[in-house]
Design a protein around this ligand. Structure first.
Ligand SMILES: [Zn+2]
Length: 90
């Protein structure tokens, strides 16, 4: 093939590869951190087993409401679950 055909083909191939290889590491790490946080919130039971002084075991909720708000957040995973719990109770 003549060079007049090879040069545009090579430039087009380089352009395609440079677009495909472009990769934003910060966006990838930010998305990975967000997905890990979502996974941890999904796995969190929002409660722990605790023990009274007389030895009886009870479930202590980790969900607490900040003062003067209607929000409720889990102390461990910082998820917002107040309105979901309200919908489930209906
Ligand atoms: Zn939680």
């Amino acid at each position: 093939m003549p060079a007049a055909v090879w040069i545009p083909v090579a430039l087009a191939a380089i352009a395609v590869f440079s677009i495909a290889i472009r990769f934003d590491l910060n966006a990838y790490l930010k998305e990975r951190k967000r997905l890990q946080h979502v996974r941890l919130q999904t796995m969190c039971p929002h409660a722990v087993l605790d023990r009274h002084e007389d030895g009886t075991v009870f479930v202590r909720s980790l969900v607490q409401s900040p003062p003067l708000t209607f929000e409720a957040k889990c102390n461990r995973c910082h998820g917002d679950y107040a309105f979901d719990a309200h919908r489930r109770s209906r």
